[in-house]
Design a protein around this ligand. Structure first.
Ligand code: TGC
Ligand code: FAD
Length: 423
């Protein structure tokens, strides 16, 4: 009896609950969440709202530059294997070169998050354009600023910010880039000068550059030198047959008894921490860049899949395709949050190299996976540079390799969490 009454009570409670639920369904506000403005597919967490007005303005300006000046020409540049050098004065005019350095050197004096947004928007166009800006800003202007004398800063930085002097950064050597401490290039003191011998490999901007920041072994450890392009014995040779970063200049550098005055040595750092300190700046920017490449691929393939009709349905209506698109949106969102927090740490002065390694690893992997998946969703159309994913996928093969390979960054994080050095 008690059981039966208990059951009746349960039924009554269930009916009551059902009535409340139904009344809620009829409530005029029941669909508040559903009826809200649709989310932006490339910014599902409204990361943009976390940016200051200045940061938003920087992003909008560079986005416009990429849309109007880069995207219309970049497919052709990639096909022909040329870097669009004509864009350099415009980039300089917009303050994109050395953007984080102080205004007294002709730079824009922006914060780290703004630099990240510059990298993101440039790489939405092409990794090669972002590479140009990364090398000029983080690998050439930064060491002159951080390790140079006041005279060296005044001599080079304003012209570099104006795009009148282009730089390249020579660290990697043919015998193995992951282990730069084993470099063979050396500098020997000779009176007031230094004599440099050796070679560097895979150097972005090599044949474009007016100056090369070259790292060489000395009796006192690794030191940095500013080598001017017309110094006798210095030669840059462009590397051809590249299938990646085709809209970027990559070169080998050769030093045959190059005499470098003491005034061109960067005096304020010695040891591997000099070049690695520059890499931390550049890698930080590279955590943002691939977000742009991923957004470009995702945007293109999202539109394409809504219009591609197969088996009488747009392929975007298929669960298998939606899973891929949802996964792209998820990974882009996570990468955006990662880089933004990294940028906030950088601007607070607390960013650590391991945090940069984690984001470089995550965001390059995210972008290359998305670019390859987007290429697949485009089917046969995906194999030409009429659509951007294959170009981005090929570029990202370099991006995931340079500035420390994926494995190097995994091992940096592994070293941090275990306390054991696996290199
Ligand atoms: P390790 O003993 O760990 O460190 C030697 C000294 O350097 C310091 N350090 C750092 N400082 C600043 N930033 C970092 N990220 C740093 N990492 C280490 C460290 O504290 C130490 O200082 P001190 O005072 O104790 O002497 O050095 P290791 O020989 O064990 O090597 C570590 C490893 C493998 C992580 C490092 O060699 C490495 O990062 N290898 C990868 C090399 C690389 O990334 N090359 C990139 C070349 S440039 C380029 O690719 C440009 S592409 C640009 C474009 O087109 O966009
Ligand atoms: P290696 O160091 O020979 O690595 C080969 C393989 O071994 C990789 O898979 C690597 O992950 C793996 N490996 C290495 N160490 C370990 C380990 N301890 N355990 C397990 N696996 C390991 N360099 C510059 O100095 N300046 C530039 O401007 C520049 N621009 C570049 C532009 C492009 C387009 C490219 C492709 C490269 C550029 N580089 C530049 C060089 C780049 O930084 C190097 O290619 C990179 O650091 C890797 O060095 P590596 O090519 O010699 O490969």
């Amino acid at each position: 009896m008690r059981v039966r009454r208990g059951r009746r009570d349960k039924v009554a409670v269930f009916r009551l609950a059902q009535a409340v639920y139904n009344s809620l369904l009829c409530h005029p506000f029941r669909n508040i969440a559903m009826a809200a403005t649709p989310l932006n597919p490339v910014d599902l967490y409204d990361v943009r709202s976390l940016l200051s007005e200045e940061e938003q303005a920087v992003q909008d300006t560079v986005a416009r530059f990429t849309d109007e000046r880069v995207i219309p020409i970049i497919g052709d540049c990639f096909d022909k294997g040329v870097f669009p050098k004509e864009l350099v004065p415009e980039m300089a005019e917009l303050g994109l070169l050395g953007s984080s350095l102080p205004t007294e050197y002709g730079c824009a004096g922006l914060n780290g998050v703004s630099y990240g947004l510059i990298c993101q928007e440039l790489e939405r166009g092409d990794s090669g354009i972002r590479s140009f800006a990364s090398v000029q800003s983080s690998l050439c202007m930064y060491p002159i600023y951080a390790y140079g004398t006041e005279e060296q800063r005044r001599r080079w930085l304003p012209d570099m910010a104006a795009g009148k002097v282009i730089g390249c950064f020579g660290l990697t050597e043919p015998q193995g880039g992951s282990d730069p401490g084993s470099m063979k290039t050396h500098a020997k003191k000779d009176g007031a000068d230094w004599i440099i011998n050796g070679s560097k490999m895979w150097i972005t901007n090599g044949n474009l550059a007016d100056i090369a920041i070259v790292w060489a072994m000395t009796d006192e450890g690794i030191q940095g030198f500013v080598i001017e392009k017309d110094f006798a014995g210095f030669k840059a040779q462009e590397i051809h047959k590249k299938m990646s970063l085709r809209a970027s200049v990559t070169s080998a550098l050769f030093f045959d008894n190059v005499r470098v005055p003491e005034a061109n040595r960067l005096p304020n750092v010695k040891g591997l921490k000099g070049p690695l300190g520059c890499l931390t700046q550049a890698r930080y920017g590279i955590t943002w860049g691939p977000i742009g490449a991923a957004i470009a691929c995702f945007t293109e393939v999202l539109e394409y899949s809504k219009n591609r009709i197969l088996f009488k349905q747009p392929i975007a209506s298929r669960q298998a395709v939606q899973l891929k698109l949802a996964d792209m949106a998820r990974r882009i969102t996570m990468a955006q949050l990662l880089s933004l927090q990294l940028g906030r740490l950088k601007d607070a002065g607390t960013m650590q190299p391991t945090q940069v390694s984690l984001a470089k690893w995550n965001n390059c992997r995210m972008a290359i996976d998305i670019a390859r998946e987007a290429r697949d969703i485009l089917g046969g159309a995906g194999i030409t540079t009429e659509h951007c994913p294959i170009r981005h996928a090929l570029n990202l093969e370099s991006v995931i390799t340079y500035e420390g390979t994926e494995t190097v960054h995994q091992l940096v994080v592994g070293r941090e969490v275990t306390g054991i050095n696996a290199f």
